[in-house]
Design a protein around this ligand. Structure first.
Ligand SMILES: [Fe+2]
Ligand SMILES: [Fe+2]
Length: 151
């Protein structure tokens, strides 16, 4: 009968690491909100008109992603963090540095979601899996878009 107990314990441990991973994703979304809002305000030079809008759209997308991840944590009975990831947001007026920083951020975000998806798959919650896979594809699209912008 120990077998059953081990199984439950294993599931609980698994849940904890899923919550930790989702909180990491949430922290990076909150950082992305702060970073893109900052860059939207400070971007200078001839590219300001479209990059300011581009960064502003990324703020909105990150808010939507954060909301989805927060709902996932609530659904799994976890406690969602409220602090952003502490990694420095580089202050600059230079759009090329902003784009490089954005590329690094999107790459980390896509890696974080890539690591979360197998955990959610193991849970067997299709709705949760689908909602997080949509975010993962958004991040991959951003990585590719920024790669093209940096060429
Ligand atoms: Fe995101
Ligand atoms: Fe993103």
């Amino acid at each position: 009968m120990n077998l059953g107990y081990d199984r439950v314990l294993g599931d609980v441990m698994g849940d904890k690491s899923i919550i930790a991973a989702l909180n990491k994703a949430l922290a990076w979304e909150l950082r992305a909100v702060a970073m893109y809002a900052h860059y939207s305000a400070y971007v200078s030079g001839i590219h300001r008109p479209h990059l300011s809008v581009y960064f502003s759209n990324e703020v909105n997308e990150s808010i939507t992603h954060a909301s989805t991840v927060r709902s996932a944590i609530v659904k799994l009975d976890g406690k969602a963090i409220t602090e952003r990831a502490p990694e420095e947001i580089v202050h600059t007026h230079d759009y090329s540095i902003m784009l490089e920083e954005a590329y690094k951020t999107e790459k980390i975000a896509s890696d974080v979601y890539h690591s979360i998806l197998p955990m959610i798959e193991e849970l067997g919650d299709d709705e949760l899996y689908d909602s997080l896979e949509v975010i993962y594809f958004d991040e991959m699209r951003s990585v590719e878009e920024l790669r093209m912008m940096l060429k």
